[in-house]
Design a protein around this ligand. Structure first.
Ligand code: FAD
Ligand code: SF4
Length: 478
């Protein structure tokens, strides 16, 4: 049967149903419900099957989007899930958290006035359904190789690297300091965007695939890095980037001022009581007047977590305008629907407190957008004489993160950039190889704080680089 390429004229884009905002405001569960089977097929059928699919190129892992949309349209869930796994190690996660409006869906031809195909939601739902039907990756035909790799960091970069290695017969052992896998997927992104059960199921699947996990192990403290370098044929570094930026803001020491990530992890902890991490105590913002400083995904997660904790008001203050916000526009809309308030074109000057050191507000200055900076984004410039105080009884700092490479890396001649990110592109022979031939790296510790899907892309690429490196060693030895 020939495909009706004009289907998009009759069938409008529909996003999956969302829970009512009143319900969302009080619970930490995912806000999107699945589409009906017919709806999903109809949405997948809107794809034009463009000869040169821009969505595929814009997707950092270059998913075979039109092909799996066609399988989804035909109800061939298992085949669609299998195809999704050829290019992506965590499609069910990307379908949930990728900023699709800036990636695949932003590049969809239909985005030009007709409404992009709902690529992300279909990706998520197909994989969820395949897993629920009992489908699992089949590695029975994979020939086992002799090489062993240590992966440090069980975030998306580390997991993607281990996934590709396992599919090529290499034993991967993943070390992480935390008790559960996922990195920021588990200890960062809140459960209303990504249910904690998703990574729990992935862990079971990865174990069935032969990946080993050594959790609760901090490399450099519980085990020396040099030991791993001696014991394994290669090491993949995927430690992320965790040094929180604070902009040198005055007043950070006052009571009621919290850095974003410990606040989010402390909250997640209460939802995962079987895996306590006492170093991240729960911070309760019930009844507080909260100001969140920053405009990225982390800021949005803090706004929405504070609302769910019962804050009386939550205001996000950002120094540029709404169209220049760095995070996903979808999540800004979700935060607004849930009651988050936004102040654009304002910049904090200092945090204010009363005599006993309890925060009372943030002194702000209005900004105007000036010339574009090196990223092409217009630089915010303070407007003289426009200062005012934004009242607050709790302030969350969400300015972003910068690289914090561990001391032990320097001892092993791994070259770093001036910003502390690991260099993998300085004329190395193999993809994602560092200046040390046995050490590969990827994700946020190479790119700086970025996205889940780019971390996955680099983890996969590093695994390919290692396989080429092992093959070359074998050729040399023969
Ligand atoms: P991480 O996910 O940070 O994983 C690194 C892992 O290394 C961690 O588990 C850590 O415990 C471990 N580790 C570090 N040092 C050691 C050591 N010495 N020994 C053992 N283990 C160690 N991106 C999106 O695409 N969409 C979103 O909606 C989104 N929301 C976000 C919300 C928040 C709050 C934050 C902070 C980030 C968000 N991001 C989002 C960004 C995304 O989560 C990251 O870009 C991505 O997780 C980076 O992956 P990674 O594997 O490089 O590092
Ligand atoms: Fe889109 Fe992300 Fe899926 Fe790629 S991985 S198709 S960018 S949702």
């Amino acid at each position: 049967m020939n495909k009706n390429v004009y289907q998009f004229l009759d069938v409008q884009r529909i996003d999956p149903p969302k829970k009512a905002a009143d319900e969302r405001r009080i619970e930490f569960t995912e806000i999107y419900e699945p589409m009906s089977g017919l709806q999903l097929q109809g949405q997948a059928d809107r794809c034009l099957d463009c000869g040169n699919p821009y969505c595929e190129w814009k997707c950092p892992v270059h998913n075979y989007i039109p092909q799996w949309l066609e399988l989804a349209n035909q109800g061939r869930v298992t085949e669609a899930a299998e195809l999704m796994h050829k290019t992506n190690s965590l499609p069910e996660v990307c379908g949930r958290v990728c900023p699709q409006d800036r990636l695949c869906e932003g590049a969809c031809t239909l985005n030009d006035g007709f409404g992009a195909v709902t690529i992300g939601s279909i990706e998520k739902q197909i994989v969820d359904e395949a897993f629920a039907n009992g489908w699992r990756p089949d590695l029975s035909g994979v020939a086992q190789r002799v090489e062993r790799v240590a992966v440090i960091g069980a975030g998306p970069a580390g997991l993607a690297c281990a996934d590709v290695l396992a599919r090529n017969g290499v034993t991967a052992t993943v070390y992480d300091r935390y008790p559960e896998i996922g990195g920021l997927l588990t200890y960062g992104i809140p459960p209303f965007k990504l249910d904690k059960a998703v990574m729990k199921l992935r862990r079971e699947i990865f174990i069935e695939m032969g990946i080993e996990f050594k959790l609760g192990v901090t490399v450099g403290e519980d085990i020396e890095f040099s030991e791993l370098l001696d014991q394994y044929d290669a090491v993949f570094l995927a430690l992320g980037t965790y040094k929180a930026l604070d902009g040198g803001l005055k007043g950070l020491e006052y009571n009621g001022v919290y850095p974003a990530l410990p606040f989010l992890i402390g909250n997640t902890q209460t939802l995962m009581p079987h895996q306590p991490m006492p170093q991240y105590p729960h911070i309760d913002l019930n009844g507080k007047q909260v100001v969140v400083l920053g405009g990225g995904d982390t800021a949005m997660d803090c706004v929405r977590t504070s609302i769910r904790q019962g804050a009386t008001s939550v205001t996000c203050a950002y120094r540029r305008d709404e169209s220049n916000m760095p995070g996903s526009h979808r999540e800004v809309e979700n935060a607004k629907e849930e009651g988050g308030e936004f102040l654009f074109n304002v910049q904090p000057v200092e945090i204010e407190a009363n005599e006993s050191g309890q925060v009372t507000g943030v002194k702000m200055v209005k900004t105007a957008l000036g010339q574009p900076d090196s990223d092409g984004r217009r630089r915010p410039e303070p407007v003289e004489g426009s200062e005012f105080t934004l009242p607050a009884t709790a302030v969350i700092i969400a300015f972003g993160y910068q690289a914090n490479p561990p001391e032990w890396l320097k001892k092993h001649n791994v070259e770093l950039s001036d910003w502390g990110t690991v260099l993998t592109d300085s004329n190395q022979e193999f993809a994602m190889q560092t200046s040390h031939p046995k050490i590969f790296a990827g994700g946020d510790m190479v790119r700086g704080a970025d996205l889940v899907v780019t971390a996955i892309a680099e983890g996969r690429s590093a695994a390919e680089g290692m396989l080429d490196y092992f093959d070359q060693l074998l050729i040399k030895a023969s």
